[in-house]
Design a protein around this ligand. Structure first.
Ligand SMILES: Cc1cc2nc3c(=O)[nH]c(=O)nc-3n(C[C@H](O)[C@H](O)[C@H](O)COP(=O)(O)O)c2cc1C
Length: 236
């Protein structure tokens, strides 16, 4: 049990370039997908398909898709940022500002500001450096009974994500979620490029690889008594 909790504590986002020459061994990829396979899903509907992209030409084509970051994302992100390690530790939620481009770290950000720090180019480099990019498709025809809106389906996809993430990290493989590939223009282009059927939507994508740096970043969580309510909800 200690081992499992250790693994959960150490699991982390690999927001870094990967060594493109270090491939993911087939047997390791198989283990990661096997972990996803055994994830719990609502009504055991297994409402997902996964496209594994390891062809360099396709990876480069995906990396080159232009997808400017939305102003709404950057503005809402700003409200949740911490500007020092002390602030982040105290809040226990959110992300350190230093992990984002400089223009994202100022109030009243404009379109012009974000155009200066081209989000696309850094995400593109991350994708180009990845030996594997996995695209997880949400199949909305495989909905659990009486789950209109399919909140349960979304939770199921999260279970698949966590199983694969833990397995990847246990094998020493970096894992990085990229939500941006599920949105707007980029999703539209990917649908065409990867032949994604109409009854499916890109839920999330993740890159796998061996990080080129072993740099650690501050990871925080609320304490257990920050979210536990005994017998009834109490305002903290
Ligand atoms: C549903 C979901 C979407 C996420 N999307 C992104 C993303 O687009 N880019 C990214 O760098 N991290 C993404 N993350 C990672 C979270 O930001 C990260 O898990 C959180 O900050 C805690 O850091 P840790 O994973 O290192 O513990 C996502 C995580 C989840 C569960």
């Amino acid at each position: 049990m200690k081992h499992l909790l250790d693994l959960m504590r150490k699991r982390q986002s690999a927001r870094t370039l990967f060594d493109p020459k270090k491939k993911i061994a087939k047997k390791d990829l198989k283990k990661i997908l096997e972990a996803g396979r055994w994830a719990p899903t609502a009504h055991n509907m297994q409402n997902f398909e996964i496209i594994i992209v390891d062809d360099r030409k396709i990876l480069d084509a995906i990396a080159n898709i232009k997808n400017p970051i939305s102003l709404t994302f950057v503005r809402e992100n700003y409200k949740q940022l911490s500007f020092s390690k002390e602030e982040l530790k105290q809040k226990g939620t959110g992300i350190l500002g230093a992990q984002f481009p400089p223009s994202w770290r100022k109030p009243n950000i404009t379109e012009k500001d974000i155009a200066r720090d081209d989000h696309n180019s850094f995400m593109g480099e991350e994708i180009k450096s990845s030996p594997v990019l996995a695209i997880v498709l949400y199949d909305f025809t495989k909905r659990a009974p009486a789950s209109e809106g399919d909140f349960l389906g979304a939770i199921s996809l999260g279970c698949v994500m966590e199983n694969m993430w833990l397995m990847a990290n246990s094998l020493g493989i970096g894992f990085h979620i990229l939500s941006a590939l599920s949105e707007g223009a980029i999703e539209k282009k990917l649908r065409k490029m990867l032949n994604i059927p109409n009854n499916m939507k890109i839920a999330y994508s993740f890159r796998l690889g061996y990080p080129v740096t072993s740099e650690k970043y501050l990871r925080v969580r609320r304490p257990v008594n920050g979210f536990i309510h005994t017998n009834a909800y109490t305002t903290k």
